[in-house]
Design a protein around this ligand. Structure first.
Ligand SMILES: [Zn+2]
Length: 360
């Protein structure tokens, strides 16, 4: 099964339509003909839902049929609000209070949205393939349940496109770094085209993980070692681990991009705020919240530093800037997406597993 994400026949902005019904003989068949077939009302909202028709199996199904939210009795606006509030780090009880729903319902929605966000990202990255040129890795931490227990998010950021590639939740050890690198390699089924620049801080776990998983990749790796005295920065030293000094050009001798990104996350997600009592109480929930943030940041929000200045161009009556999301810069999407696009995205069960990383 090969998927062409730019199929003009497709009813979804990114994914081609297929029949999601496991009993149908045309289940997941991309050559099958799917058309729109009217709309139907739902009790919970004014907006009607799209109905689709499977010509091979001669039956109709809902646009929500792919979604883990199918049959969850909420409206699109409720799902969207749950996604937004979750991404700010609000607890299920708080969201339940705002939406006047049961907290257990909200927990189910949050999990379904987080899972969809994860499979959406993995499917898109593995099906189209990422072109990475300069990645930075760092950790961000918070407490989990109690002050004695820390949780760490290991994060990979592509510095030129500001694309949030992946993250792993765990302790600050080699295990988490290994999982991060393993996932990273898996996300690039077509291999690294050219040459990869990597910068991290001085954590030794990265060095071992990179050496282990990037054996077949041409890369240069620079560690930025910062020395602090009484919490004030004293010196910044560089330690070249692999590659030549000349590999690193201007504006690459740093981990600034990911540190700025960590600030964005800390400002947004309430349980990552520093020096407060409001830390996360549930590890699973924290993970889904991060996946929702990943969708929001990569696919939904325009990134300020990615905008293109259009002044001085010959076209009249045009807005001053052209805006991009990180995913647009990465070449994965052509426009920004909405939460609705995530909810109705037709993603085959384990779609990302169709592409294996054997050629790497
Ligand atoms: Zn069918």
């Amino acid at each position: 099964m090969t998927i062409n994400p730019y199929n003009p026949k497709s009813l979804h902005p990114l994914f081609p339509q297929f029949c999601p019904c496991p009993d149908c003989p045309y289940y997941l068949d991309l050559d099958n003909y799917i058309t729109k077939d009217g709309t139907y009302p739902v009790k919970t909202e004014a907006q009607r839902r799209q109905r689709l028709y499977c010509h091979g199996g001669k039956h109709r199904f809902s646009e929500m049929a792919y979604s883990p939210l199918f049959g969850h009795h909420g409206s699109f606006s409720e799902y969207t609000q749950t996604a937004k509030m979750s991404s700010y780090g609000l607890s299920c009880d708080q969201i339940a209070d705002v939406l006047e729903r049961d907290p257990r319902t909200i927990l189910q929605w949050q999990q379904a949205l987080g899972q969809k966000s994860q499979s959406f990202h993995l499917a898109l990255c593995t099906l189209i393939g990422l072109t990475l040129t300069f990645i930075q890795m760092d950790e961000i931490w918070s407490y989990l349940k109690k002050k004695k227990r820390q949780m760490w998010f290991f994060i990979t950021l592509e510095a030129r496109t500001k694309f949030w590639v992946n993250f792993e939740l765990g302790s600050r050890t080699g295990h988490t770094a290994n999982r991060l690198l393993k996932r990273l390699v898996y996300l690039m089924p077509f291999g690294f085209a050219d040459f990869l620049l990597i910068t991290t801080d001085k954590l030794a776990a990265y060095e071992r993980a990179i050496a282990l998983y990037l054996q077949k990749v041409r890369y240069a790796y620079l560690q930025i070692v910062k020395q602090r005295k009484k919490k004030r920065l004293v010196t910044v030293k560089e330690r070249l681990v692999t590659g030549k000094e000349s590999d690193f050009g201007k504006k690459t001798h740093n981990t600034s991009y990911i540190e700025r990104f960590n600030l964005t996350l800390r400002q947004k997600v309430s349980f990552l705020n520093r020096k407060t009592l409001g830390y996360c109480k549930n590890q699973k929930s924290a993970q889904w919240v991060m996946w929702l943030n990943l969708f929001d940041y990569n696919y939904r929000q325009f990134h300020k530093s990615l905008r293109q200045d259009l002044t001085g161009q010959p076209v009249k009556f045009q807005s001053r800037y052209r805006h991009f999301t990180p995913a647009m810069k990465m070449g994965l999407t052509s426009t920004r997406l909405e939460w609705r696009d995530l909810i109705v995205a037709p993603i085959a069960p384990n779609a990302h597993e169709f592409v294996t990383s054997t050629d790497l």
